[in-house]
Ligand binder design. Structure first.
Ligand SMILES: *Cc1c(COP(=O)(O)O)cnc(C)c1O
Length: 364
């Protein structure tokens, strides 16, 4: 029998979340961001749930090829653009739209031979200071691109650093708006947090929005809001089973480093899931977990292949009992990936992306 652990990907939840996002920006077209293998969910596994999007945004050319191989004929956007000149050949042959964020990418385009002009997304660095042209250089870059025979339409683009937090997006919106105001073309701003929290993204133009994390059912701004308050449903469930139990007496410890010491007699369950499956090793004692759909907590350190959980709240649990590390239990009870991530000092994004290849995945 295979080791009792698996993940489940729920395509109905993806469709639900996409509809929820559309409702919050009814006039925008929606890129489903599927970089990092659809945030760990799998591009092929999520395609049925996401094909209702207006396009797919990602950054690996290999992933773009996989989306085309699935039969997708609509837009695909490379969020970081091309990395070397021959990438442009693939953009031409697969009709990929690509971001242009630096002069070197314009140079590559100028030297590229193609019959089909490319649709490009010109990125402004409005304050994030990762990719993009400085506001005062933006117009010049636009003019250079606009003069190229290799370029078809130019969409104006920026990315917010604080859409999920207290600083918000107003300053960057103002910078982007001012430096692009009389340039023609569609605009795209807005990750999940900007799309859900800041409806005024419309003011600077949200012809396209680019949600990622919300599509997968995680709140972009946990713990200020959670998936339930945003009306999002979890798409990934990580489930395992209890493979052993131990009856501890006061003073007994659990796991490497003996970081948890029982203060009274307690039964614990050993779960077939560890950090080699993608469960975060940084999750401390007390991280929430469901056993038979009932909420309990982890005890001691996460090891490579196992974690230990408190069975006190779950009388009757034993070898073979269902453990939900995050997502939906058979009973319908939900444990948010955001809560587990928060307890481990990280974000839902990182846990999704870290789902290990050794975990078998079922698609629903
Ligand atoms: C990853 C990414 C997004 C999606 O961000 P979420 O926070 O997951 O919604 C949007 N835009 C760009 C440029 C990205 O790289």
């Amino acid at each position: 029998m295979p080791r009792p652990i698996h993940a489940t990907i729920d395509n109905q939840a993806l469709r639900h979340n996409l509809a929820r996002i559309r409702a919050s920006v009814p006039n925008a077209r929606v890129w489903a961001v599927v970089k990092a293998n659809a945030y760990g969910h799998g591009i092929e596994r999520t395609f049925e749930g996401l094909r209702g999007a207006d396009g797919f945004a990602l950054l690996d050319l290999e992933e773009a090829q996989r989306v085309r191989a699935l039969g997708w004929r609509g837009p695909i956007l490379l969020l970081e653009g091309v990395f070397e000149p021959r990438d442009l050949e693939l953009c031409s042959s697969l009709s990929l739209w690509h971001t242009v964020h630096c002069d070197e990418q314009i140079d590559m385009l100028a030297a590229h031979k193609t019959h089909l002009p490319h649709r490009v997304f010109l990125k402004m660095n409005s304050g994030m200071n990762r990719l993009g042209f400085a506001p005062q250089r933006y117009r010049g870059a636009w003019a250079r691109l606009n003069a190229l025979a290799q370029v078809d339409e130019i969409t104006l683009m920026t990315h917010f650093s604080d859409a999920d937090g207290a600083r918000g997006i107003a300053t960057q919106m103002a910078v982007f708006g001012a430096a692009s105001q009389d340039l023609p073309g569609e605009r795209t701003v807005g990750n999940s947090a900007a799309t859900l929290r800041h409806r005024d993204v419309d003011r600077v133009g949200a012809d396209w929005v680019r949600p990622g994390i919300a599509v997968y059912g995680s709140a972009p701004d946990f713990p200020e809001h959670n998936a339930v308050t945003w009306g999002l449903q979890p798409c990934m469930t990580l489930a395992a089973k209890i493979i052993a139990t131990q009856a501890l007496v006061a003073g007994d410890s659990v796991g490497y480093g003996s970081t948890y010491v029982a203060g009274e007699p307690i039964t614990v369950g050993v779960v077939a899931c560890g950090y080699a499956d993608g469960y975060p090793r940084s999750a401390p004692t007390g991280t929430p977990v469901l056993v038979n759909g009932i909420r309990t907590r982890t005890l001691g350190r996460v090891s490579m292949d196992m974690i230990v959980v408190d069975l006190a709240p779950v009388p009757g649990a034993g070898i073979g009992s269902e453990v939900t590390l995050w997502g939906c239990a058979a009973s319908g009870a939900v444990l948010s990936i955001d809560e587990v991530a928060h307890s481990a000092g990280t974000v839902g994004y990182e846990l999704m992306c870290a789902l290990a290849p050794r975990v078998p995945v079922l698609v629903q």
